[in-house]
Design a protein around this ligand. Sequence first.
Ligand code: ZN
Length: 274
Amino acid sequence: MLDDTLRDAGEEVWLRVEQPIVGIHGSPLAECLGLLAAERRVCLERLVDDLIKQLILVHIVQMERTKEVVREADLVLADASNGFDMAEGLNIFRPDRHFMEAYGDFAQERGISSVLEGLARPWEDEQERWGFLARFAKTEWLGYEPSRAMQSLQKIIGTRPYFILTCNIDGRFARAGLDEKQALETEGTIQELSCSAGCSEERIDAEPVFAGMAKAGGMKVPEELLSTCKRCGAPLVPALDERRVLHPDLAFKERTARFSELLREAKGKNVLVL
Ligand SMILES: [Zn+2]
């Protein structure tokens, strides 16, 4: 019964939601799921956990079926937020099975209850902070395998021009083979590091740093693996900034310019927004 309802409601719901879910609460989709949860007499969050993957995949499958819409698109814009990560099995808000498998030691020994908390916590010990960052980088970025949702997106894009707008920081679009220059990461990315003192706007490739840390393993990164800025000696930090839009650095400005250029080129043409 519920599956039928979702199947019937799926397309309408997603067409009404103008962008993928930013957090579960307060979105039109949450309202709709709230109704279904009440009908089923279960907790909304439980229902979301069970179904969110399916719902997003339903949406993407439907897009695939809408062949002519896809075929006629001259430009594909992918607007991907936490909902896309959830479709791939990564829920940064909850201590689900994936979280316990990958971060269980941090949960048990440091009381961390979600990926988001581990990333945002004001860690007192820098080596521990990097321990969590390295675990995140290893699990969600370096060890990432493209899911069915990502493969569907790549299939829809095909050989067309595309651009990705995302608040996800896990670098998965580039990891899956899409061009990182065609992505605007509105909250930054784990793929690069920058100087904590801000002595320049240069970003540094984070892969060798995190690969070394991942190899060392454990919850605490050995001190000698912490990197410093070659210019000023200040510690390097991941190029993350949840308000990157308000503090654009050079790379962000370049991507914004690229996005504007694509939109200009697409004027009067068909733009498919996913
Ligand atoms: Zn510096």
